[in-house]
Design a protein around this ligand. Structure first.
Ligand code: URA
Length: 424
């Protein structure tokens, strides 16, 4: 016989939760038997006293078991990728078709953006006709025929997480490593891929502001994956500067297409290739080098088929902004910093993101970063180009961008994009 009060008291007093307590409390909360106020107290006790690796793995399993688990019957190894979110992070767009072109199957169930980090589905929905909602049968068929699917996660996956995440959001209990790690992994494990690469970001534009915190989160994520028999590794990547030049929806799709056609910014190409190599290695395809596959246009071919399969017209023009505003360099010098967080918030204010999950996004809104740190500039050179279809958003975006870049006389020390790789 379990009671919520006993479980809360155990964690409040710093004890480990037993497996049967975890199974019960997660299930009872999902069914409405444990009340929101009781789960809030337990989440706060976990926030304050933590959970060890075994408790976190069990908590994750209980959340996976709260809903359906996809079983992906395809004849290629399946491998998925998850990013903890960043500014200009469009990597999934070139990565999924690239890894599929290299021989793996990539089921990429994604979310929409909330706050200053963009959502993969919002970006893809700027392609005329493209549809995010697929049935499980459609996902299977597309995986077999194209090799890559990027679509919305069905509401049946990890319902306990959906309920708990909404509760954490309003009870100041989001920022707990065991709760974040179990939340992310419950959704990924329910997708049924046999391998998973995590892009855990740190820096101003990321959820985790420091490398040390990102490492703790990556360790927890990799350990949960391993405990569930899923080959999992994590790259720790810098998010203090926006990735690439484009931040927004249609602008990020356009930049992804450039990369798939053999061009695009070096940081986007480098991170796409690094994640592709890690995914291929976990999928048992380490002998395939993704660089020539990207350069040859084979990945672009898969991209076009992937977009067409979901109703999109990959040849149609992308939405264009009705208003633009350029921020220029006030002096000569070298761009020494470009703050990801301010740029993410400004793009969001221009309409690229949403404040509440039911808000629409402006597909044409965003920011183009004409210059990246380390580049010499002359007074009057364009640094940032703001895009929107609602000109009343521009003043607030400009206020946010105050102090978002600095110009100095010496080049900044280059920061490695990939700080480390965590493997079990
Ligand atoms: N993303 C998630 O899916 N869950 C969290 O708890 C935090 C970020």
């Amino acid at each position: 016989m379990f009671t919520a009060i006993d479980v809360i008291r155990a964690k409040r007093d710093g004890h480990r939760l037993r497996d049967d307590q975890i199974d019960w409390v997660v299930d009872a909360y999902t069914r409405g038997v444990v009340a929101d106020e009781q789960m809030s107290a337990l989440a706060m006790a976990v926030y304050l006293n933590g959970m060890d690796a075994a408790e976190t793995a069990r908590w994750t399993a209980a959340m996976v078991n709260s809903g359906e688990v996809l079983s992906l019957a395809v004849d290629r190894p399946t491998v998925d990728k998850h990013s903890t979110g960043g500014v200009g992070d469009k990597i999934t767009l070139p990565l999924a078709p690239l890894v599929a072109a290299c021989g793996a199957a990539v089921p990429q169930l994604s979310g929409r953006g909330l706050g200053h980090t963009g959502g993969t589905l919002d970006k893809l929905e700027s392609i005329p006709g493209w549809r995010a909602q697929l049935t499980v049968d459609e996902v299977q068929q597309q995986l077999r025929e194209v090799g890559a699917v990027i679509c919305a996660a069905t509401t049946g996956l990890a319902p306990a997480d959906r309920k708990l995440y909404a509760l954490r959001d309003v009870t100041a209990t989001v920022e707990s490593i065991p709760l974040i790690a179990s939340s992310i992994m419950s959704k990924k494990l329910a997708e049924g891929a046999s391998a998973l690469v995590l892009d855990v970001k740190f820096g101003s534009g990321a959820f985790m502001k420091t490398l040390a915190d990102a490492r703790r989160l990556a360790d927890a994520l990799v350990s949960i994956g391993h405990a569930h028999g899923v080959r999992t590794s994590a790259l720790l990547t810098d998010m203090s500067v926006p990735l690439g030049r484009a931040v927004g929806n249609a602008v990020e799709v356009a930049e992804s297409v450039e990369v798939l056609q053999g061009g695009g910014p070096a940081d986007v190409i480098d991170l796409t290739l690094a994640l592709a190599r890690e995914m291929l290695s976990l999928a048992g395809l380490s002998h395939v080098d993704p660089a020539p596959v990207l350069a040859s246009g084979e990945a672009f071919e898969v991209w076009s088929r992937m977009i067409t399969a979901q109703g999109g017209d990959s040849a149609a023009p992308l939405p264009r902004p009705t208003h633009t505003h350029t921020v220029v360099a006030p002096t000569d010098g070298i761009l020494t910093s470009l703050d990801a967080y301010s740029i993410g918030v400004a793009a969001w204010r221009l309409g690229a993101g949403r404040a509440r999950k039911e808000d629409p996004v402006d597909p044409a809104a965003g920011i183009l970063c004409h210059t990246k740190p380390g580049t010499p500039v002359r007074a009057g050179d364009p640094i940032l180009e703001l895009h929107t279809t609602n000109p009343t958003t521009i003043p607030a975006a400009l206020t946010t961008l105050d102090g978002s870049f600095t110009i100095g006389s010496a080049a900044p020390t280059p920061r490695p994009l990939i700080a480390d790789t965590i493997r079990p």
